[in-house]
Ligand binder design. Structure first.
Ligand SMILES: *Cc1c(COP(=O)(O)O)cnc(C)c1O
Length: 377
């Protein structure tokens, strides 16, 4: 029996044909026609005016933050329950991240707590140019509530949609809610360029400035002339070709991930103390991209998630803890946090199950058998 992975890249001859075309075209250096076409089709898909293909989602966040005026002396409230890259990008700018806790239904940032963080910081006389909500595991933050509250306060939203391409909220696509938004195409995401990311915005001037910074901030003169510190953040043409192939298959991959989630939901329905994150009570997950299916095992004691993850790993199944909240990470523990205990609890009880589009029904049955055996033990 082979190992079952959490979220393995799903690549077919569609992608192979695109990459071969890129290689044979001679456009091997960064940039080229596949990059332009990839940007245009992602922008169209998400419904934004423009897109900038970059070397990673982290790079997209970094440039988005710089464009929002985030830097030394500013504070940026951000979801604590996220991948470290979100907070790292804030630290790269020299700004101070402020870690905000979750709501329990789906683990996304607690909207009231986020707004409270903005107000408290401002009352203290701090500069808060932007916030970074994260669309966790492919489910959008409640932007219907959040955006009006932030607009009243004139705070810019930098949306971390790294996990959420293909998801939507109230009919709008993930990646369209921020002044600028970041996508990731890392190997384990909903679609991949093996490594890459994209910055999205309706503000073409903002994208132009980011484009300039992403290509070493070169002035338009015949020699190398620099008046700003730049970055080498652009995506290569070969990788963009891979992305175009993946994008053609995105809806099929999302549909498969949803099927997988439905199988887990059915198998776990008899367990009254186990729920699917983002699908509890009146919440539906119809608009999620179903990137990773996460269960919450509502049982007492330490190590609830840990024993489930270990049991699955013993059966050669890669399951993971949910993100360990940033306020619990040694490297960020000194930064300020607005807590409510929810993300600590999700870290204690949350388990992310294999969710890749390439998994077979037989693979899923294996996961279910091992998981239910553990839950029954
Ligand atoms: C993956 C991820 C990132 C970073 O994207 P990379 O392409 O790996 O740099 C940022 N934020 C979140 C929430 C992510 O899951």
């Amino acid at each position: 029996m082979s190992r079952i992975h959490l979220s393995k890249a799903d690549v077919t001859d569609v992608e192979e044909a695109y990459v071969l075309d890129a290689l044979r075209s001679g456009w091997i250096a960064p940039l080229g026609p596949h990059v332009d076409a990839f940007e245009a089709s992602i922008a169209e898909r998400v419904g934004v005016a423009g897109a900038l293909a970059l070397s990673s989602g982290t790079a997209a966040l970094h440039l988005a933050l710089l464009d929002a005026g985030v830097g030394p002396g500013t504070h940026v409230p951000v979801s604590s329950l996220t991948f470290a890259a979100t907070v790292n990008a804030i630290l790269y700018t020299g700004a101070e991240p402020v870690l905000v806790d979750s709501q329990s239904s789906d683990g996304n940032v607690d909207v009231d707590l986020l707004v409270q963080a903005v107000d408290v910081l401002r009352e203290e006389g701090r500069s808060v140019p932007a916030v970074v909500p994260v669309d966790l595991f492919g489910r959008c933050v409640d932007y219907s509530r959040l955006l009006p509250l932030l607009a009243d306060r004139e705070v810019v939203v930098v949306e971390d949609a790294a996990e959420a391409l293909g998801a939507s909220h109230a009919g709008r696509a993930a990646g369209s809610f921020g002044q600028s938004s970041a996508l990731s195409f890392n190997g384990n995401k909903i679609m991949t360029t093996s490594g890459g990311g994209m910055l999205l915005s309706d503000d073409l001037e903002l994208l132009e400035r980011a484009r300039y910074l992403s290509t070493q901030a070169r002035q338009p003169v015949p020699w190398y002339e620099h008046t700003d510190v730049g970055y080498n953040y652009r995506m290569s043409n070969v990788l963009a070709a891979l992305g175009r192939g993946q994008l053609e298959r995105l809806d099929a991959m999302i549909a498969r991930r949803r099927e997988i989630r439905d199988r887990y939901a059915k198998a776990l329905a008899p367990y009254s103390d186990v729920r699917l994150l983002g699908r509890s009570g009146p919440d539906t997950d119809d608009a999620d991209n179903c990137w990773l299916t996460t269960i919450v095992i509502d049982r007492d004691g330490p190590g609830v998630a840990n024993s489930a993850v270990s049991a699955l790993n013993r059966a050669d199944i890669e399951a993971r803890h949910v993100w360990k909240p940033m306020h619990l990470q040694p490297v960020y523990a000194t930064h300020r946090a607005f807590g409510n205990g929810v993300s600590d609890e999700l870290f204690r009880t949350g388990v992310t199950l294999p969710s890749g589009a390439g998994l077979t029904d037989y693979d899923i049955d294996r996961v279910v058998d091992s998981l239910t055996a553990h839950l029954d033990s």
